[in-house]
Ligand binder design. Structure first.
Ligand code: PLP
Length: 390
């Protein structure tokens, strides 16, 4: 099935034919040995993706379920969680944790900026936190977190480091064996994601990895206030997918298995470099149209960008005119609604698709009375892309 449109919302992302083919494979029973072998391989490859010697869980659900699994399996009622938020999705951890009776403090950045590191240090010195959440890239603002600085600070304070990689995993490295700052004690404890972003599978899978320390935190809790989200209930299935707890989404697992093959074949180092180039290339090309990314380049995410409209461009008309030409981008959230759009540039998106998008965005801007130089923008895009693309 060839895609008819170029889906550049910040997830779901374009699904390539190989993955569609896997998705459309014959549905088998979830205990069928042929399916069990594929699920097993997908679980093993998820461990490779995060380079973890801990455990991974791949279950039906979305990124929000993975967020919930992270919190409910490690932080008890009455314990304290610190949320480092760079936007709407960082904020989501607050009501989620409060629903479980967890005490939550939030450090919220102005949209488009990062939380000051000094503020994180001060907050961690003020209370004992069981865990700290960091949204690797926030999909509302296009701001990426600085894990290199944050993980050592969080771990030095004795908290678990929970990384929401929903719009980062498989594009930016989340290597759970990496000793941040060269210290073996400073590692990511939990990384979580959904299937529909840089992995390039349709929505429907919650994916989460726990370090040994995070697993010890789960054991120390004994019981948790969850059933579907309790990793104890899933462990027998992750150990041997022939076991049953709740019916797995068989066809999504086929697709995920294929997607992981593609990711691991490219390799995370190359994949990260490619995404960094994509991000720069798209933003530079759009800058030449007089459009301004919300986030400064030093803090901008490689996977998606939130782009402010130039004077006179009307959001709904811009996006619908672009959609009628076959390129789909997203509106912005909260106070930025109508003032900016969001464009994804991740997963299996190709340079050709990005070029087409830049050309068509130029056409739509011209239609709305903004004078732009489309050929120059395309040249800029390619200059940036050529610094990487094979
Ligand atoms: C960074 C981030 N975290 C969490 C979520 C929630 O994921 P889902 O919508 O799959 O539940 C999203 C969704 O876009 C996200 O971008």
């Amino acid at each position: 099935m060839k895609n008819k449109e170029i889906l550049l919302v910040p997830g779901p992302t374009p699904v390539v034919d190989e993955i569609y083919e896997a998705l459309a494979s014959e549905t088998r029973g979830h205990t069928d040995a042929r399916f069990v072998a594929i699920y097993k391989r997908a679980i093993e490859n998820t461990k490779k993706l995060f380079n973890t010697d801990g455990e991974v869980y791949v279950v039906a659900g979305s990124g929000t379920l993975a967020m919930e699994m992270a919190i409910v399996n490690t932080v008890a009622e009455g314990e304290r969680l610190l949320v480092i938020s760079h936007g709407y999705f960082g904020d989501r951890f607050t009501p989620l944790a409060k629903a479980y009776g967890i005490e939550v403090d939030v450090l919220q950045a102005e949209w488009g900026k990062r939380v000051e590191i000094e503020a994180v240090r001060e907050q961690l010195a003020s209370y004992t936190y069981k865990a700290v959440t960091v949204t690797h890239a926030d999909t509302s603002t296009g701001v990426a977190s600085d894990l290199e600085t944050l993980i050592p600070i969080i771990k030095a304070a004795g908290a678990l480091a929970i990384v929401d990689g929903v719009v980062a995993t498989a594009a930016l490295q989340e290597d759970m064996s990496k000793a941040y700052g060269g210290n073996e004690a400073y590692k990511i404890d939990i990384a979580l994601t959904g299937s529909q972003k840089a992995i390039g599978v349709p929505p429907g899978l919650a994916i989460i990895a726990f370090s040994k320390q995070a697993l010890a935190a789960r054991e120390a809790l004994e019981t948790v206030r969850a059933y579907y989200a309790d990793i104890h209930n899933w462990r027998p299935i992750m150990d041997n997918p022939a076991n049953y707890f709740a019916t797995p989404p068989v066809n999504l697992i086929y697709a995920y298995d294929k997607a992981l093959e593609i990711v691991l074949e490219e390799g995370m180092e190359k994949r990260e470099a490619r995404h960094i180039m994509y991000g720069r290339a798209v933003r530079e090309a759009l800058r030449s149209y007089g459009m301004t990314p919300l986030a400064d380049e030093e803090v901008a995410a490689a996977t998606l960008s939130c782009i402010l409209y130039p004077e006179g461009v009307e959001d709904a008309a811009f996006r619908s005119n672009l959609a009628s030409r076959g390129v789909i981008v997203a509106g912005s959230l909260a106070h930025l609604a109508g003032k900016a759009f969001r464009i994804g540039h991740m997963g299996n998106t190709t340079p050709d698709q990005l070029e087409k998008a830049i050309r068509l965005i130029g056409e739509v801007l011209m239609e709305q009375g903004v004078q732009v130089d489309i050929e120059q923008a395309v040249d800029i895009l390619h200059q940036e892309l050529n610094s990487y693309v094979k």
